[in-house]
Structures are given as structure tokens and as C-alpha cells.
Design a protein around this ligand. Structure first.
Ligand code: 5RP
Length: 258
């Protein structure tokens, strides 16, 4: 059966989170060194990408970057970039980007990624799929031996119509990997009563989070199979897309190139 329980927990601001946030910032700042004046830049979404967008805004304000255009990957990043005075556009006007900088939830040794735990995977995949350089910024906790190994969610964006049916089919497809599919939800309160509502993406869709106990195996085959399911819009496996991964760890920054 498909669970409707909240699939996400709120992180408390523990010291571990604060240290991790410092590492995210270090990775983000390192990546922004690759941004030059005149570039069209994909602006990622999430707590790591937020540092990169802040830094781009700061360099712009200081006059150290000029004539840049940002292409945001979510409404949240759009608002952040607007508030920083970063000139914005979209893929209709700029179908090829010089660079995109974004975080990730998992990075495997071949630089394949899981993205979308922040909920923005569709726009991220559209934007990051057409950039000349896709720089991923992570703290070292995001490095995994294989995709799915973290035991955390691999998100799939689906249409709301008969979502249980689609979630069930995803779970059945990945039965060999011990998959459990959960609708992403959030707790809401109108002051009178508490309720649990589906998380709705910027595109008006739902997210199903897939949790694996075993190895997914052939990622390309899995990707193709997911995308063949009617009802699926996109999934959070970003295969062969990252050109550079900047990893910040306690021992320093490592840059991995494809
Ligand atoms: C959002 C994403 C994020 O990049 C990913 O979830 C990493 O987030 P964070 O930097 O907050 O750890 O894919 O859709």
C-alpha cells in the first residue's frame, strides 16, 4: 500500500547542521569563482545553491560581475535572485546557458546525481540539461557508492490525477530493489485544525519519494522505464549531466571533473 504519511522531517538547527551549512557555503563560493561577466547562469535551488545565488548577488553589487543573466530553477530561487537584483530570464529567451550551479542529494563516483528532495527537479533538469558547464556543489555527506545508497528519497514528479495508481506502479517496478513509494506531504494548520496535504511542485504536480533497500542496478534502464510510465513527468536521477562536482569536506575542497 502507498503511504500518505509525511516523507520529510524538519531539520533542527543542530551543531551538525551548522557545520554542514558552512561546508555548503565553501563549495558554493568555490563554484561561483567559475562564473564570469557576460555569462548566462542557471541558478539552482536548495540550501547549498542559496549560498551560490547570494554570492553572485554580492559580486554583482560590488561590480565584480557584470552583464550576467540568471535562469532560476524554482519560484523560490526566482524570488531570492530578484531580491538580490540579479537580472533574470528564462529558457524561452536563453535556450543555451554558459554554466549552472546547483546542489544535489546524492553524487555517485561517476558523477550521477539524485536531485529533487527540495522539490524542484523538473525545472532543474530542464535548465541544467542545456548548460555548457553544470557545476554541482555538495558537502561530503552527499557522496555515495551508488545511487539510492543513502536510503533517503529518490523523488519522482507525477501528475496529481490518480497519483496512487502511478505511485503503486513505481513501487511495483522497483520491487526488486525493495522500493517503498511515499507521496510527499506537508503538515498544514488553519488555526482550527491540522491536516496533511500533498506537496505541490512549482508546476502544479505531486512528488512521490522512492526509498530503496537494495541497488537500483542499471540506472539508464531504470530512468527509461520510469519515464515510460504515463503519469510520470520527470524523475530525480540526473545521469551523465554534471560536468564538475565541487565537494567541501573537513579536509578541504575537492573538484571532480567529468
Ligand atoms: C532541490 C534540489 C537540491 O539541490 C537538493 O535537494 C540539495 O539540497 P540542499 O542543498 O538543501 O542539500 O535538488 O530540488
Amino acid at each position: 500500500a502507498i503511504s500518505e504519511k509525511p516523507a520529510m522531517e524538519t531539520l533542527s538547527q543542530s551543531p551538525v547542521v551548522l557545520v554542514q551549512d558552512e561546508l555548503k557555503k565553501i563549495a558554493a563560493y568555490k563554484a561561483v569563482e567559475m562564473v564570469k561577466s557576460g555569462m548566462v547562469i542557471g541558478l539552482g535551488t536548495g540550501s547549498t545553491a542559496k549560498h551560490a545565488v547570494d554570492r553572485i548577488g554580492e559580486l554583482l553589487r560590488q561590480g565584480k560581475l557584470e552583464d550576467i543573466i540568471g535562469i532560476p530553477t524554482s519560484t523560490k530561487t526566482h524570488e531570492q535572485a530578484l531580491s538580490l537584483g540579479i537580472p533574470l530570464s528564462d529558457l524561452d529567451s536563453h535556450p543555451v546557458l554558459d554554466i549552472a550551479i546547483d546542489g544535489a542529494d546524492e553524487v555517485d563516483p561517476e558523477l550521477n546525481l539524485v536531485k529533487g528532495r527540495g522539490g524542484s527537479l523538473l525545472r532543474e533538469k530542464m535548465v541544467e540539461g542545456v548548460c555548457k558547464k553544470f557545476v554541482v556543489i555538495v558537502d561530503e555527506s552527499k557522496l555515495v557508492k551508488y545511487i539510492g545508497a543513502s536510503g533517503l528519497a529518490m523523488p519522482v514528479e507525477i501528475v496529481p490525477f490518480c497519483w496512487k495508481f502511478t505511485a503503486q506502479r513505481l513501487q511495483e517496478f522497483f520491487e526488486y530493489a525493495g522500493c517503498v513509494a511515499k507521496l510527499r506531504t506537508f503538515a498544514s494548520s488553519n488555526g482550527m485544525e491540522n491536516c496533511v496535504l500533498p506537496f505541490v511542485t512549482d508546476n502544479g504536480n505531486y512528488l512521490v519519494d522512492l526509498y530503496f533497500k537494495g541497488d537500483i542496478g542499471d540506472l539508464k534502464a531504470a530512468s527509461d522505464a520510469i519515464l515510460r510510465l504515463a503519469g510520470v513527468v520527470e524523475h530525480g536521477m540526473f545521469l551523465d549531466m554534471a560536468t564538475t562536482v565541487v565537494v567541501a569536506g573537513e579536509l578541504g575542497v575537492t573538484i571532480k571533473n567529468k
